[in-house]
Design a protein around this ligand. Structure first.
Ligand code: SAM
Length: 228
């Protein structure tokens, strides 16, 4: 019986991969991945050759599971996604669940995830946080209304840069003048943390002609003292 290794990969800086992740990727015969081209680039970068890549991406998640489970009956498989930790706003959960049901061992390697990197750098309270993934494109107002009871918890969401201003405005409408941090392009050359009240952050991004890259939005309704 094989084992499923869940292997986080860099969210930008290719040096952010653990020695253990590289060992696992070298040792397994099969790698289940979101986009075979992206994973091929990653493996080539670390000079890892001869792997069989199995596509495992959103619309095909369910239909690929029996195939991967069959492979796991004899071989180890590493699960990776395009960036960060599999199963965190990425494919993975269903395969992990299927392995647990089938009695197949699952070993999760710790590693990069945008939400943790953003949370730690945000300067917002880290003692209690809620990761809410991507807000839905439709019904975003209702999504935030549901989170209203958590306004003393740091809320972390993923968002596309195109929707950043719209989402920040919705946060202000729902939660009032909360403290916000937008973590953009983490671990990359243009990494930045834009921190302030929600109005200040809206003003800052409102001045920009276009907002590029990847963003995490964090906010907290907790009254923060300025002294440490
Ligand atoms: N599984 C990944 C993880 O562990 O972070 C998340 C994958 S999700 C499909 C992609 C979203 O994560 C992006 O839209 C963005 O919100 C966030 N993200 C990923 N990389 C990022 C980066 N380098 N800087 C800021 N946000 C990032």
């Amino acid at each position: 019986m094989g084992k499923l290794y869940v292997v986080p990969t860099p969210i930008g800086n290719l040096k952010d991969i653990t020695l253990r992740a590289l060992d696992v990727l070298r040792d397994v015969d099969y790698v289940a991945c979101e986009d075979t081209r992206r994973t091929r680039i990653l493996l080539n970068h670390y000079e890892i050759k001869g792997k069989r890549l199995i596509p495992y991406y959103e619309p095909k998640e369910r239909s690929q599971i029996p195939k991967i489970i069959n492979i796991l009956r004899e071989h180890d498989v590493a699960l990776v996604t395009d960036a960060g930790t599999p199963a965190i706003s990425d494919p993975g959960f269903r395969l992990i669940r299927a392995c647990i049901e089938e009695g197949i061992e699952v070993e999760v390697l710790p590693g990069p995830s945008a939400m943790i990197t953003a949370l730690v750098g945000s300067g917002l309270p880290t003692d209690r946080f809620l990761f809410a993934g991507f807000p839905p494109k439709k019904g975003t107002g209702g999504f935030f209304e549901e989170l209203k009871s958590c306004d003393d918890t740091t809320i972390v969401i993923y968002e596309s840069p195109k929707r950043l201003l719209k989402t920040l405005n919705l946060i202000r409408e729902t939660f009032g003048e909360v403290s916000v941090c937008v973590a953009r392009e983490l671990t990359k050359v243009h990494e930045e943390f834009v921190r302030g009240s929600v109005s200040e952050v809206i003003e800052e991004f409102g001045r920009r002609k276009n907002i590029k890259g990847e963003v995490v939005i964090l906010f907290s309704g907790k009254k923060l003292s300025t002294s440490y």
